[in-house]
Ligand binder design. Structure first.
Ligand code: FAD
Length: 391
């Protein structure tokens, strides 16, 4: 098989890129190792930034999202028994998040490719990406080889595209944080109205809206903790304690928990994001913790930049945007990583604070209150959190 752009992976990055390339007349093939059912059933992110929605809309990819998503412009911080509401919409020219589960966006993007007559090749695993410095890089799949002009690796942090890069000339900047997060997707009797973060002496907890009957929760735990240490009653008790100071009415009633798993809290940014005719996008090039809800948004921002760059190269012969893709995107990734880590710092008490947690918590509360009052702290937080595009 022969195509102009071979894309490994049908996550948000690969699918968004393929939709735009197809609409702009660039021939491309998405190869995905999982089944369509599995890809469309994977529940992960849910908060779309302002700039992500603006771009999807400009490409004609947001009709269902705009019709079905809910909008959020505030979040609550709980600390020392106080709830501080941060109306970031008010400090970012009215910009809002859209709450739209990742699997719905993925479904919409798969539908878009199907309508355009080029659905992803599901249940096909790419085994190797070869000849990346030649004129015709190849995707080697079981029983099939695809010859391409360019290959884009959108196959996530553990994908094979990274493995195709030469050992020298690339560096992964890895960071391991001194805690992990238990992540729980749970049925709830009432929807989370907005995001709630708790800074608590027992550790951080978070509640994120995912729909009318589903919320995602996070609980800070010691690094390396096992998921088996967290039976449902303990999860409920800890969430109630940290998010509502023990008040049962302060938290929705939790029902079935379709997903309980441990997130090893780490980040990794690969530089550069390109080698020869292989380009990386999304989690394949950079993975962040869920702090600030940035991963899917960065993946789509990569796709947006790559789509323009590949169209410029393949239709106009302009190599400039493709040559600067890695540097441009890494600058944005580093800015976003900085924000995500700053938020981690606000939400977690350092280990040495266990001797005097109240003093540390009081200073956190003061910092949180600054985000809720007009001024440079609130302005900066609002624009970075909602992803307005303003630096
Ligand atoms: P992925 O979505 O990982 O897609 C990669 C695809 O490649 C997969 O479908 C995989 O099957 C396929 N693949 C892998 N290897 C091969 C191969 N050899 N051949 C063919 N196909 C292959 N982000 C946010 O923005 N907001 C949030 O609120 C948020 N919350 C999150 C909560 C959790 C619990 C988790 C785990 C993540 C969260 N994220 C969030 C991050 C977000 O889900 C990821 O950043 C996003 O999925 C990255 O998209 P991607 O397209 O780069 O990769």
């Amino acid at each position: 098989m022969r195509t102009e752009v071979g894309i490994v992976g049908a996550g948000p990055a690969g699918l968004a890129l393929a939709n735009v390339l197809t609409r702009r007349g660039v021939d491309c093939v998405v190869v995905e190792r999982a089944s369509r059912e599995r890809v469309e059933g994977r529940q992960r992110a849910g908060l779309l930034e302002y700039r992500t929605v603006r771009w999807l809309r400009s490409q004609g990819l947001a009709d269902r999202l705009l019709a079905e998503s809910t909008r959020h412009h505030w979040c609550d911080f709980r600390c020392l028994g106080h709830t501080v509401r941060v109306d970031y919409g008010a400090y970012s020219d009215g910009h809002q998040h859209h709450v739209y589960p990742q699997q719905n966006l993925v479904r919409d993007l798969v539908d878009g490719l199907e309508r355009a007559g080029s659905p992803p090749l599901f249940s096909h695993s790419v085994r190797a990406v070869t000849n990346i410095t030649g004129r015709r890089p190849r995707l080697e799949c079981e029983g099939m080889e695809i010859e391409c002009d360019y290959v884009v690796g959108c196959d996530g942090f553990r994908g094979i595209s990274r493995a195709a890069l030469p050992a020298t000339g690339h560096r992964a900047h890895n960071r391991r944080y001194p805690y992990d997060w238990l992540t729980v997707l749970a049925e709830v009797d009432e929807p989370a109205e907005g995001v709630r973060y708790a800074v608590h002496r027992a550790g951080f907890a978070g509640m994120m809206p995912r729909g009318p009957r589903l919320s995602r929760f996070y609980l800070q735990c010691p690094p390396g903790d096992a998921v088996t240490a967290w039976p449902a009653p303990r999860i409920v008790a800890e969430l109630r304690q940290r998010l509502a100071d023990g008040d049962p009415a302060g938290l929705p009633a939790l029902g079935a928990m379709p997903e309980v798993r441990m997130l090893r809290m780490h980040s990794s940014v690969l530089t550069p994001l390109a080698h020869g005719r292989l380009l990386l996008a999304g989690d394949a090039g950079h993975v962040l913790t869920p702090s600030g809800a940035k991963g899917m948004n960065l993946a789509i921002a990569d796709a947006a930049a790559l789509a323009e760059a590949l169209v410029a190269r393949l239709r106009e012969g302009d190599e400039g945007p493709l040559a600067s893709y890695s540097a441009t995107r890494l600058a944005d990734v580093r800015r976003v990583l900085g924000f995500s880590e700053w938020l981690l710092g606000l939400l977690h008490l350092p280990g040495e604070a266990s001797a005097a947690p109240d003093a540390e918590l009081a200073s956190r509360l003061a910092a949180i209150r600054r985000l809720a009052e007009p001024g440079p702290h609130a302005y900066r937080f609002a624009h970075r959190y909602v992803g307005s595009g303003v630096r």
